[in-house]
Every structure is written in C-alpha cells, then in structure tokens.
Design a protein around this ligand. Structure first.
Ligand code: ARG
Length: 458
C-alpha cells in the first residue's frame, strides 16, 4: 500500500470507509492541469529565491512534463490512498525525480494550493462562458433581425396585453444575457487573485515572492490576507449566483418555447434534433431540451444554495468543509456551459410561425390601449378614455368580434370624439409603429436595438 503522507505522527492508517469519505480525488482530479501549472510557478519562484536550487527546479519541470503526458494519455494511476489531486501528483513527482519532488511543497500548503487551483479553473470556465454568451446573443440577434416587424401578442399575466414584435421579444433575452455576461466579467476580477503564498493559514517563513507567482499565473493581484485567502469561497458563490441568474433567464426562455410549441399557441417549432418522441404516442414531438434546461436550473440554484450553506458556519481559516465546494461549483459551470452550447444551436433551428402569432393577437383586444391613447389625443382625460374603451371592449366581446371589427357608428356610441381616422389606432401595424422611442417595440426601434447589440458584440 502507498505510505500515507502524514504517517510520521499517526499510529494507525484510516479505515477504508473513512478513506473513501475523506478522499476527493474522484472529483478533484479534473484540476490536474491547474495543479501542475500552479506547482511549476511555485517551483520557479522557489528557485528564483534560492529556496531550492536550479537542479531541483529542472528535475521538477522534467517530472511534471512526464506526469502531464501520463495524465493526458490515461496512463496515470489515480489512487484513493493519496486522497486528492494534489497528493497524487506530488507523490508521482517524487517517485519520478526523488528529493526534488519532496522539496516542491516547501512554503506551501494544500490549503493555498487548492484555492489557487480552483481560481485558475474557474477563470478558464468563465472565459469559455463569456464567449458562449456572446454566441448565443448573436444567434438571438440574427433571428430578431428577421422578425423585427413580425407582430405577436405581448403578454402580461399571460393574457394578451399589447402588440409587440417577435424581434422585440427576442431582444429582451439579448439584454438579459448581456447582463449575465457582464456579471461574469465583473466577478472574474475577484476570482483572479492569487492565494498561493498564504501557506496553511498564516503565511510562510521562507523569503517567497508572491507577485512573481501571480504574474506567471496571470493573476491580477495577490490575496492580501492569508487567513482570508485559504478559507473564503465567496468567489465561487458569486459565480454560482451569476450562473443561477443566467439559468433562470434560459429557463424563462425555455418555458416560453414549451408554451409556444403547443398547438394552442403554435408560434414556433423546434428542430427535431432538440425534441424527442413518445414510446407510446406516435404523434408526439416533445420539447425535451427546453424542459430539461428549465429543470436543470433547479440544480444550479441548488449548487448556489449548497455553497452558501457550506460557508456560513465556518470559523477562520481553512476547514475541510471546503472540500465540498468543488462538486457544486463544477456542476454549476458544466450545466450552464452545456445549456448555452445547446441553445447556440437551438436558436437558429427555431421555425417562426407568424400566422398563429397574428391570429392570437386578434383575440385579446390588444389595441384597446391604443384606442384610449387616441381619445386622449382628441382631448379626453386618460381615465375617461379608459372607461369608454372598457365599455367598447365589453360590447365587442358580447358580439364576438375584435375592436377593429366594430363599425364607426358603433364605436361612436362610446365616444363622439371617435372619427374615421381611428382605423390607424386600431391596426396592429399602427399600434406597433406608434411605440417609437428607445426601448419601444416599433420595428424601427427594434432594428436600432439590433444594431446597437451588434456593435456591442463585435
Ligand atoms: N482536498 C482538499 C480540498 O479540496 C485540499 C486541501 C486539504 N487541506 C487540508 N488541510 N486537509 O479542500
């Protein structure tokens, strides 16, 4: 059996169950690249500071190069006896290069080592995500461009409210996703600080150069307090909070896609590659992908919750509780990454059906506000206009027709101010075009918003 790392002080090894309970290698081995990178930067600093000699550094570099290729090729044996990714790699290094390997951990602890590894890993994950957010926004902008003037009902309370364009609706998601990416860019600055050099909790007695390590690893700054550096995971919590919000946005979009795909709406159809059939009902085409995205949002919110609860009772500084940070963090990042990747492909595969959108729009008196606004322009106070139009809607509903189907004489019964020019107020096109200011749904404004988004994304 592998001799355990702290055998010196112990009289008996741990039981098999405790070994499995305390080990993290099954899930933290994915940090191997970051672990090797961090170790190399640390070793170079130790050599520069004459804490180890040039030969030691050369041995460490040679050993790490070999380990890297062993892990890449699948030849590396991960051992539960060696608890985590850090001890597995360090142990292999020593078996390859001897004493130089035993010198690597000088002035370092797994506490600052793991905090560094996670930050390096998360930084890369964030960069991948930011690029994906951009691609998804571009996909939405492209679809929005084709439908900048396509009318659909806008809803409040899921009841037809006012006409909007489908392009305007899609651009709402572009705004949400832009903020999601912005949140990641912002929190990346706080992720990108170096814990290494904090050692176990108090710093180290060696004449280390933390700024040199930070520079080699591309960190913007060093963590300024050693106790804080090894123990807080607020950067991971922030990430999970941002990931949760992003998933919530994708979940709302998913919910709409699911609704829109039902024959009751019939607004869109998804490409077959995002749907599945039924094992019993031959006619079925189910929107599994958006449903799962909606469902997986719960996982990511759960990941955030796990980290929040994990942190709240911990005294300073490092506690083993923190080993539990990795699975939720990885899960949140993986889930968001996969969901975005899928949506980048799903959005261009949406078939839009303008006719059902238009006919749904004719069923909910969507231009009632426009009629009230028309009366206001003719001098009626808004509250009086609201009431007159309310009565007109009630009459139209009793007749089973839309407002636009009432004759001029019928309309004039509700207000003598109504004249022939009312037709412009009652058409969908008139209603859309009238909301012509920044942020409004007029096709001209939607096109301008698309242009601004394209500029932002370029
Ligand atoms: N595997 C540990 C973790 O993920 C590394 C740090 C262990 N430190 C310790 N003092 N036991 O947190």
């Amino acid at each position: 059996a592998t001799p355990y790392t702290w055998a010196g002080r112990f009289d008996e090894p741990m039981s098999e169950l405790v070994k499995r309970y305390t080990a993290s290698v099954d899930f933290d081995q994915r940090l191997w690249q970051q672990d090797i990178r961090g170790s190399l930067a640390h070793a170079r600093m130790l050599a520069k500071q004459n804490i180890i000699n040039a030969q030691d550094l050369a041995d460490i570099e040679r050993g790490m190069a070999q380990i890297l290729s062993e892990i890449e090729s699948g030849a590396f044996t991960w051992s539960l006896d060696l608890e985590d990714v850090h001890l597995n790699i360090e142990h292999r290094l020593t078996s390859l290069v001897g004493d130089a390997g035993k010198r690597l951990h000088t002035g370092r602890s797994r506490n600052d080592q793991v905090a560094t590894d996670i930050r390096l890993w998360l930084r890369d994950a964030i960069d991948t995500l930011i690029a994906l957010f951009k691609r998804l926004q571009l996909a939405l902008v492209t679809l929005a461009e084709q439908h900048a003037a396509t009318p659909m009902p806008g809803f409040t309370h899921l009841q037809v409210a006012q006409p909007v364009t489908f392009g305007h609706h899609l651009m709402a998601y572009v705004e949400m996703l832009a903020r999601d990416a912005e949140r990641l860019t912002d929190l990346r600055r706080r992720v990108n600080r170096l814990p290494l050099g904090s050692a176990a909790l108090a710093g180290t007695t060696y004449p280390i150069d933390r700024h040199f390590v930070a520079e080699q690893l591309g960190f913007e700054a060093v963590c300024e307090n050693s106790l804080d550096a090894v123990s807080d995971r607020d950067f991971a919590i922030e990430f999970c909070a941002a990931a949760s919000l992003a998933m919530i946005h994708l979940s709302r979009f998913s919910e709409e896609l699911v609704l829109w795909m039902t024959p009751r709406f019939g607004f869109v159809m998804l490409a077959d590659r995002f749907c599945t059939g039924s094992s019993i009902m031959p006619q079925k085409k189910n929107p599994d992908v958006p449903e799962l995205a909606r469902g997986k949002t719960g996982r990511v919110i759960g990941d955030l919750n796990t980290l929040l609860v994990l942190m709240k009772g911990q005294p300073l500084a490092y506690n083993k509780d923190n080993q539990e940070d990795k699975e939720p963090l990885f899960d949140a990042a993986d889930t968001l990454t996969d969901t975005l990747r899928i949506f980048v492909d799903l959005v261009p595969g949406i078939t839009v059906r303008p006719e059902p959108m238009a006919s749904a729009l004719l069923q909910g008196f969507a231009t009632a506000t426009d009629l009230a606004d028309y009366l206001v322009r003719k001098g009626l106070p808004f509250r009086a206009a609201h009431e007159a139009v309310g009565l007109a809607v009630k009459a139209a509903e009793q007749k089973g027709v839309d407002l636009a189907d009432l004759t001029l004489t019928e309309l004039q019964a509700f207000s003598p101010l109504i004249e022939a020019d009312v037709v412009h107020a009652l058409t969908i096109e008139g209603s859309l075009a009238a909301r012509n200011h920044i942020g409004g749904t007029a096709p001209a404004q939607v096109k301008a918003a698309i242009e601004r988004a394209r500029k932002r994304l370029a």
